[in-house]
Each structure stands twice: as C-alpha cells, then as structure tokens.
Design a protein around this ligand. Structure first.
Ligand SMILES: CC(=O)N[C@H]1[C@@H](OP(=O)(O)OP(=O)(O)OC[C@H]2O[C@@H](n3ccc(=O)[nH]c3=O)[C@H](O)[C@@H]2O)O[C@H](CO)[C@@H](O)[C@@H]1O
Ligand SMILES: C=C(OP(=O)(O)O)C(=O)O
Length: 435
C-alpha cells in the first residue's frame, strides 16, 4: 500500500497542465477492437487504470506501439478470442471499471463478448443491467455465471432496433454504441448518456466510417455499417482533473493557471465553482485562478435559501467532482448542501474531514451539509486512508491546506486516475513525498 506524506499550509503558484481524460481514454481504447486497421491515439494519460486496459488489449492480441509520451498505435488484426475464456482474463478483467467496454466492440465485430464483474471504485452499487439489456435488444443471447460473476453475450448477427435506456449510463451507452455501429440496420438509443467522453467516442467512430447522428444529445441514431477503418484521435483534457486543480487552488489560497482546458467542453464545472464564491477567469483556453486572499463565499439561491449542489447525467454536474466540491466548501464562508444522487457510498469519506476539524453533517448516505470555516480555523493534519479515487484527491487537497504533516495511505486509488501527481504538485510548490 503506497503512502503520501504531505506538509500542508503552503501556498502553491504556477501553471499546471491537465492530463488526457481518464474516462474518455477507457472508451477510446476499447474502440480500437472495432477495426483490423491501425488506430493512432494521442494524449493517453499514464495512469494505472489506462495502463491496465492497454495490457488487457495486448493480451487480446492487439499489436501496440508506443510512439511518444501519451501516443500509441493499435492494430487489432489478429484478436485472440480464446484469451476471453482464460483464468487470467477473469483476474485481469476485474482490475478496473473500464474493462466492461471491451464487451460491446467484441460483440459487434466477433459476435461474442465476455467480462468478469469489473472493478472500479467501491462507491455504491454499480449495476450493469443497462449494458446487457441493450445487447439483448440488439439480438444477443445473454448468460451470467453467478458463482464466478462472469458475464457473456453472443450473437450470430446484431440487428438495429429502438431502445429506451433505463438510465443514462456512461459506460453502458458507450458499450451499446460500439456494438450497434456494426449491427445490421438502424439503432436508436434514447436516454443515451452524452458526456464529452461519449461525444469524443462517437466522433472517433464517425471518422472510422460509422454513421451516427445526434452526437451530444440523449437521442443517438446509428446506421450500422459492414466494417470500420483506422483513424487518429486525441483525448480531451481531463475535466475532473481540471476541477480538482480549481478546488486545490481555492482551498490553498494559491494563484494557479490551468493550461489548455478545452473550456467549451467543461459544461457546468466553472459555474458550480463560482457558486462556491471561487473566482476563475477564462484566459484564452486556460483557467486563471487568482489568490483568494479573503477566502470565498458560497452564494444562496435567489430566494435566499441554502445552496444545494447535486450531480446529474450530462449536461448536469458530474458526480466525480462532488467530493472535491465538498472538501472545498469546508473552508468557504457560508453553508451548502451536497447531494450525491447517483452513488450511495461516496460521501462516507467525510468522517476523515471531521477528524481534521471540518464542520460537516452527514444527513444520510446521499446528502451532507457543510458549514464553512471561512479560514477562521484551518484543518488539522492527520493520517488517513483513501477509500476511492475522488475521495482520495479530496483528502489530498484537504491535507495540502491543513497545517502540519498529513499521511494518506492507499494512494493507489489516486494513482488510478491522476498521472504522476506528486511530481506535478511539487512543480507548483507543494511539499509532498511518496513513501
Ligand atoms: C469508467 C467511467 O467512465 N466511469 C464513470 C462512469 O461510470 P459508470 O458508467 O459505471 O456509471 P453509470 O453512468 O452507469 O452510473 C453511475 C451511477 O449512477 C446511477 N445513475 C446513472 C444514470 C442515471 O440517469 N441515474 C442514476 O442514478 C447508476 O445507477 C449508477 O449507480 O459514469 C459515472 C457517472 O457519471 C462516473 O461516476 C464514473 O467515473
Ligand atoms: C468513479 C470513477 O471511476 P471508475 O468508474 O473507474 O470507478 C471516477 O473516475 O471518479
């Protein structure tokens, strides 16, 4: 178990460049299975989850060449489907959430897709019904081995159809889209998720020869084609990392510029931070955050009632930033209710913030009220364990703002999604060591 030791209370300064988006990378990497031709991908983040998926593709027989930092070519012209039945796949496939998106392209191109129950954060129930209901609608037969938690779908041919998803699942939509692009006829997906990750995937598939309309909306129409070809794709900057750096800057009262953020793809993220009273300026395609010398004050709603920040499927506010919003609110002036609607175990990390002296009331598993300190008292350094990726980065932000030396264990959770984070934080002045 890896550990960070952090000396908090230091102001940071400078520029930070976000990595390529983790959740986009997981979709895009799975899509290379849809063609025997070469696919070149740039801005792939060097993080644990992505590297695990690249290793899985290699085990499946995909020829992979690293061309430079974050740039790889993939050629899936000799896919080893037997690997899907191996004991090793049952172990490796469990290692991350994103592996579930191998199923759609394998089913679409080879008529079979298998996956052990995938990993990812333990942040509540993470069901896969939407994925498999979609495949079944396309004509696949489904089986599930309860003892081994092993899922399988098979089909001689997939046939396009209309489907209304039971929820706008991000990985579920990506999976179904990747199966439907090679199905016979037209598939219409209503209540589709439409995060920038998915928009990027659909745009890439169109460049490969797929016929998709409605990109960016919750109604996708996919006209199946016989085969797809190669392409080149560049990942967007990671909007969750960008939000993490905004929170970090405000809470440590640091002046920070976040470079090349692709503003137009950030949706509600800037405005939600502004609701916490945080100043962020658009400078070209950068975000500039001035030093918040006098702190930041949470707004009320127009009618004077207490601010609530909650998550929703895109274009709503992403659930992956709520833990960060919560921690940043602990030093704001004013109160806010954080309502995590999607995941039922993602707020439990607040007990660590309570240990640090934060004023948080966990109302129920989905809601917490935060009463900000307005920097009148700082958080106290402590020793903690990171329960999931976003709680992990939130605790790291708390530790960087706290006076004294904090220790965070289980930092593998953070490394899952943040590239080389200790070195990048040291470059802007943080005192953090990996021990
Ligand atoms: C690898 C990857 O891309 N992971 C992301 C993906 O996970 P993932 O694709 O696994 O998440 P889903 O979109 O399927 O659903 C997430 C949770 O939200 C619930 N739900 C979902 C849609 C909805 O309309 N109502 C609802 O309540 C689901 O029941 C589930 O508990 O999307 C999540 C939701 O943005 C993010 O937190 C994860 O970082
Ligand atoms: C929940 C997350 O990731 P995963 O779906 O991979 O567990 C996340 O990125 O915040």
């Amino acid at each position: 178990m890896g550990t960070f030791r952090i000396q908090g209370g230091i102001k940071l300064k400078g520029e930070i460049t976000p990595q390529g988006a983790k959740n986009e990378a997981l979709q895009i990497l799975c899509a290379v299975l849809l063609t025997p031709e070469k696919v070149t991908i740039h801005n792939i983040p060097d993080i644990v989850d992505v590297n695990k998926l690249i290793a899985l593709l290699e085990d499946l027989g995909v020829k992979i060449q690293k061309k430079g930092k974050g740039s790889y070519t993939f050629k899936a012209d000799d896919v080893n489907l037997e690997y899907l039945q191996s004991e090793q796949f049952k172990i490796d496939g469990r290692g991350l959430r994103g592996s579930i998106m191998l199923v759609g392209p394998l089913l679409g191109r080879f008529g079979q897709g298998f996956i052990p129950k995938p990993g990812g954060d333990k942040i509540g129930r993470r069901r896969l019904d939407t994925h498999f209901e979609g495949f079944i609608k396309l004509g696949a037969s489904f089986r599930y081995n309860k003892e081994e938690h092993f899922y399988g779908v098979e089909a001689k041919e997939l046939t396009g159809t209309y489907m209304l998803l039971d929820e706008a699942s991000v990985t579920g939509t990506a999976n179904i889209v990747m199966a439907a692009v090679l199905a016979k006829g037209t598939t219409t997906i209503y209540n589709a998720a439409c995060e920038p990750y998915l928009q990027q995937l659909c745009k890439m598939l169109v460049r490969m020869g797929a016929k998709i309309t409605g990109i960016g909306s919750n109604l996708l129409t996919i006209e199946g084609v016989e085969a797809l070809g190669g392409t080149e794709h560049t990942m967007l900057p990671d909007m969750i990392e960008i939000g993490s750096w905004v929170g970090l800057a405000a809470m440590t009262k640091s002046e920070l510029t976040i470079k090349n953020v692709s503003w137009d793809d950030l949706g509600q993220i800037p405005s939600v931070f502004r609701k916490l009273g945080i100043t962020l300026e658009r400078r070209g395609d950068d975000i500039y955050i001035p030093e918040h010398k006098d702190g930041y004050e949470i707004q009320n709603f127009i009618d004077g009632s207490i601010m609530t920040i909650s998550d929703a499927p895109w274009p709503g506010f992403t659930p992956d930033l709520l833990s960060i919003i919560l921690v940043v609110a602990t030093q704001a002036k004013g109160e806010v209710v954080i309502h995590q609607k999607m995941f039922e175990s993602r707020l439990f990390f607040v007990d660590k913030l309570l240990d640090m002296g934060a004023k948080v009331i966990l109302c129920d598993p989905h809601r917490a009220t935060v009463i900000g300190h307005d920097f009148k008292s700082t958080l106290k350094a402590t020793t903690m364990t990171s329960p999931d990726i976003r709680a992990g980065i939130s605790l790291l932000i708390a530790a960087l703002s706290a006076k004294g030396t904090s220790t965070i264990h289980n930092i593998e959770q953070i490394d899952r999604g943040y590239e080389n984070i200790d070195e990048r934080l040291r470059a802007i002045g943080a005192d953090i060591v990996r021990i």
